[in-house]
Design a protein around this ligand. Structure first.
Ligand SMILES: [Zn+2]
Length: 366
């Protein structure tokens, strides 16, 4: 299914990427304006965590780490244990769309690192996904894809904070990286004015309103609508939780430590015994099946997804050649025969029919 689009000469962003500006040398503005992040360094990081550590009441844990079983949070967990020498509690929000191999990798990782894993299951995503998929496919446009994951965030966004409070821990580590910052096209898409400078919440609300007018089914289920609203405001009550309980959240790979892809792969596969799904060579994207589905749908409707963005960042950062990146991209765009249909069926819709509708509307990525 991979037909390579025309891209920026330097990275893998296609020439029809949202808001892209290609100059007369064929280079996009993301490459032109790229400057390497100045990281503050691990010493500064250790210095910063001393104060919240002193406030901890817990005898057992120094910090809480949100753990998804994906490679980013696995690397984070490893970093906290091996480099910072802290004793974390790993908190996992299980949305019931987790492949078996992810559970196995998580158990292995926690055993090798000697970390306690606390799994909290919730069925918010499971309850909403059938409705949102059936609504979305009536008018399958990338702008409204945000609804597909409703119910997923509600699990992990405040779970880590709530667990920290319960355990008497004041230090939390988050997995945010500069790479994820680049994935903003997903939320920019829905805005009415697609200019990158306008990031107001109002712009987003108006854009969402337009999608609802064009496809009212998106809000026709009261339970799902409530959850949409709850997720939209999740940052507000997360912030409240942080302030009221004096929690400190630190993002090591965002401000302090350079994210090095090769080191990460080395740790995952050699130290933590990671296994990949059959036929895969790329660790970058496998995890929650609803995420995989959403990445597939972004690719089908736009012709690109997060992998294009992430790999482009690594090219600019000098970590990978364009040729290597192309191979990884191709591997990641091979979603596996029948896998998407399996996820759709599991999510409570008719996978075959769903994909047929997509194929008719988007024959070029079929
Ligand atoms: Zn570029």
């Amino acid at each position: 299914m991979t037909s390579m689009k025309k891209t920026c000469k330097k990275c893998l962003l296609p020439t029809d990427y949202l808001n892209i500006e290609i100059d007369d040398k064929g280079i996009c503005q993301h490459c032109r304006n790229f400057s390497k992040t100045e990281f503050l360094g691990p010493e500064k990081l250790l210095e910063l965590v001393q104060e919240p550590l002193k406030r901890n009441q817990s005898k057992k844990y120094d910090c809480v780490v949100g753990y998804s079983g994906g490679r980013d949070s696995t690397y984070l967990l490893w970093y906290v244990v091996k480099k910072l020498k802290l004793r974390p509690l790993a908190v996992f929000s299980d949305d019931l769309f987790i492949p078996e191999i992810v559970y196995e990798n998580m158990e292995n990782t926690c055993r090798i690192l000697d970390v306690d894993l606390r799994t909290i299951k919730h069925d918010n995503l499971k309850k909403c996904l059938p409705h949102h998929l059936k609504a979305w496919i009536r008018r399958p446009v990338p702008e409204s894809l945000a609804v597909i994951n409703v119910g997923e965030r509600i699990g992990y966004e405040t779970l880590v904070e709530e667990t920290a409070v319960k355990e008497g821990v004041h230090l939390i580590f988050g997995g945010r990286t500069p790479i994820q910052e680049e994935e903003r096209y997903k939320s920019e898409l829905i805005k009415l004015s697609k200019s990158p400078g306008r990031q107001g919440k109002m712009d987003w609300i108006m854009g969402y309103g337009k999608q609802v007018l064009l496809n009212p089914a998106l809000v026709s289920n009261l339970f799902c609508l409530k959850l949409q609203y709850k997720e939209f405001t999740v940052n507000k009550w997360k912030q409240k939780l942080i302030e009221e309980n004096d929690l400190t959240i630190v993002y090591p790979f965002y401000d302090y430590v350079h994210w090095v892809e090769d080191e990460l792969e080395e740790i995952l596969f050699n130290e933590l015994n990671w296994k990949l799904p059959e036929g895969k060579i790329n660790s970058s994207r496998f995890g929650c099946e609803a995420d995989t589905l959403r990445q597939y749908l972004f690719y089908r409707t736009l012709g690109y997804n997060d992998t294009h963005v992430d790999l482009s960042y690594l090219i600019r950062d000098g970590q990978i050649s364009k040729e290597e990146a192309k191979d990884k991209l191709e591997d990641s765009l091979d979603f596996g025969e029948g896998y998407i249909e399996y996820i759709l069926n599991k999510a409570g819709v008719n996978g075959k029919q769903f994909i047929q509708v997509l194929d008719r509307k988007y024959p070029e990525t079929a």
